[in-house]
Write a protein that binds this ligand. Structure first.
Ligand SMILES: Cc1ncc(COP(=O)(O)O)c(C=O)c1O
Length: 395
């Protein structure tokens, strides 16, 4: 992918930005559209929010539905994936002794939400330990399935893990646990725009996805998919007018989730714009965007593993999307493990070499790795700069 695509983003030219995964990055043309929407809102707030917003949001939801393979009526806009995950977990009606299953790769915020929900209702958190490095997707499925018991009520699983950048064998996991009567809540923070989605066919009960990461929407654009048969039992975290609305032209799920108090709907309204804009940057549209980001991440992983002398990668290629982890020399001498963004190597990469990417301490050997991201604005040269810096810093 050629460097000129970077001109569509306002990223700091002084920084080698290899961390699209943390918060995404929105193209300037889309931010411009968002500014126009905000100006329109503020020119007549009542006209916009009370009259114009609903059909615009319906349209945005239906474009998003087509993109993620879901009926628009099964999607609720959320400010972020964390809110979607909390909505589901806080809405569960659990009994003491019920078990909620999660892996040791779960994103910290979502794991916290699970712990709080379980503690409040006397349910038990069961953690499946995944192998690391990961030999195969089957090994992940086996590790999860080994923890399913007759008391398991729900599996909470990342579609793509944050700290280890694994694309989970999601369809297989959803199918296998469902055979045992267990529903799945997918933390899909990285899913939309990184991998093709077909939520209807997936059959998961819930999928919380971000649009501000790999779709490149403005910050504050996310959604929660809820399978139709589970919608009646679920309320938003914020109850507003929808609860007793006399309207009959849309479901209670729609009425409850479509208005959660006054807010700025512009991030949601930019979703159709960003889907069109990013898909228009390359001839093959979104399939090419996703495939080329993945190829770039894989090529960079191969190159960095070779430069660092790693004998084998941390997971099979089939589990790599637009992010990849590369093992670093063992840092077990540095205990306790530094928090995210504070690893000394992370700090030096940024301060001395102006390279932005996360370095993660991990409880199992090789105990420390870095995570690269690949987006349209990245070039192979970016990863060479990283390789040079690592060789200098680790020497
Ligand atoms: C796997 C995973 N889940 C959830 C989140 C949280 O996303 P947000 O802060 O947009 O809610 C992230 C963010 O990086 C993530 O990687």
């Amino acid at each position: 992918m050629s460097a000129p695509l970077r001109s569509h983003w306002s990223l700091d030219p002084q920084v080698v930005f290899l961390n699209h995964g943390s918060f995404g990055a929105c193209p300037t043309a889309v931010l411009q559209h968002q500014s126009e929407l905000r100006a329109r809102l503020e020119s007549e707030p009542v006209r916009f929010l009370a009259r114009e917003a609903e059909p615009l949001l319906d349209e945005a939801r239906s474009v998003l539905g087509a993109f993620v393979g879901a009926d628009a009526d099964d999607l609720a806009f959320m400010p972020n994936a964390t809110t979607g995950v909390n909505t589901v977990l806080r809405g569960l009606r659990l009994q003491p002794g019920d078990e909620l299953l999660v892996t040791d790769n779960e994103y910290n915020a979502s794991r916290n939400a699970l712990d709080v929900a379980c503690a409040a209702m006397g349910a038990k958190v069961v953690v499946a330990t995944l192998p690391w490095p990961v030999p195969s997707a089957d090994a992940v499925v086996d590790a999860v399935m080994a923890q399913v018991t007759p008391r398991t009520r729900l599996l909470l699983i990342d579609h793509i893990t944050s700290q280890t950048a694994l694309v989970m064998p999601l369809a297989e996991l959803v199918r296998r646990v469902r055979e045992k009567g267990v529903e799945t809540l997918v933390d899909g923070a990285h899913g939309p725009g990184m991998v093709p989605l077909a939520l209807r066919e997936l059959g998961a009960a819930y999928y919380a996805g971000n649009c501000h990461k790999w779709l490149c929407a403005p910050k504050g654009a996310a959604f929660l998919y809820v399978r139709r048969d589970l919608q009646a039992g679920l309320k938003p975290l914020v109850v507003s007018h929808g609860h007793n609305s006399p309207r009959t032209d849309r479901s209670r799920f729609r009425l409850d989730f479509d208005w959660m108090g006054t807010g700025d709907p512009s991030p949601y309204l930019c979703i159709p714009t960003v889907i069109r804009f990013i898909g228009g940057l390359v001839p093959g549209g979104w399939p090419e965007v996703m495939a080329s980001n993945r190829e770039k991440a894989l090529a960079a992983r191969r190159r960095l593993d070779a430069r660092l002398g790693n004998a084998s990668p941390l997971c099979p290629e089939s589990m790599v999307g637009s992010m990849a982890c590369v093992a670093l020399p063992d840092s077990s001498a540095e205990r306790p493990a530094p928090p995210l963004y504070l690893d000394p190597l992370h700090v030096r990469l940024f301060e001395e070499h102006h390279i932005e990417l996360p370095v993660t301490a991990w409880p199992k050997a090789p105990r420390r790795h870095l995570r690269i991201s690949a987006q349209l604005y990245n070039t192979p040269a970016d990863y060479e700069v990283l390789g040079d810096a690592l060789e200098a810093l680790l020497r």
